[in-house]
Write a new protein. Structure first.
Length: 228
């Protein structure tokens, strides 16, 4: 398995079974009156980054793969997964895989931070869409639900923009509020935000209001004005 395959597997495991980290964050366990220490040397490590908490996930070792570790940590309430393959393995307690994981996590937390796009947020870069037969002839599309993205620390949520995956030429009526009508890829500084299992990052877009059909007289007048 590649590092990206393992990261996707770990991410989906935690999403499907969020309680798994209640087990993996334990530094030791007691069974039949005997205490056993865990292998994750990063549990309780408060030196990686302020507000960062390591809570898993799994070590693995083989002759071909070397010492490996899939790490899981939260930072400001958001989770990341890291994968280290082929680390040094001079002994059963060789800390190399954890040292490299700590370096990788520090790199992420030092340079990146999670920002939230709120539900019904307007995203820059997305033009209004025409509703030619509606009482209002244009509508601004907004996000259907809250979305978190990781961006450089110099970037704020207002700097995250969108590019239509396929821009609708126009929308029909009646147009219902909150009904998905398009989607957009998220970008900053003209670069796509990319993740392993959503490549690139994408949000559903809905109309920020309901629009009813204009009455026949208004539609007739609009037709006339387009002729002259």
């Amino acid at each position: 398995m590649s590092a990206s395959d393992i990261a996707i597997l770990a991410s989906r495991l935690e999403k499907a079974f969020p309680g798994v980290t209640r087990i993996t964050k334990q530094s030791q366990m007691t069974f039949a009156g005997q205490s056993y220490a865990g292998h994750n040397q990063l549990l309780g490590n408060h030196q990686i980054a302020k507000s960062a908490v390591v809570n898993g996930l799994k070590t693995g070792t083989s002759d071909e793969a070397g010492a490996c570790f899939t790490g899981s940590a939260t930072y400001k309430g958001r989770r990341i997964v890291t994968v280290i393959l082929g680390a040094r393995n001079d002994s059963a307690t060789d800390p190399a895989r954890f040292i490299q994981t700590a370096k990788l996590m520090r790199l992420v937390f030092h340079n990146q931070h999670p920002v939230k796009l709120a539900k019904h947020a307007k995203i820059g870069g997305l033009d209004k869409i025409k509703v030619p037969d509606g009482k209002q002839t244009k509508t601004k599309l907004v996000t259907k639900k809250p979305t978190w993205v990781w961006v450089p620390k110099s970037v704020t949520s207002s700097q995250v923009q969108g590019k239509y995956v396929k821009k609708p030429k126009q929308l029909g009526v009646p147009l219902k509020k909150n009904k998905p009508v398009a989607s957009a890829n998220l970008v900053y500084d003209h670069r796509f935000l990319k993740y392993l299992d959503t490549f690139p990052s994408k949000v559903e877009l809905v109309s920020n209001k309901s629009i009813e059909k204009a009455n026949p007289f208004v539609l007739f007048w609009r037709t006339l004005t387009r002729l002259f």
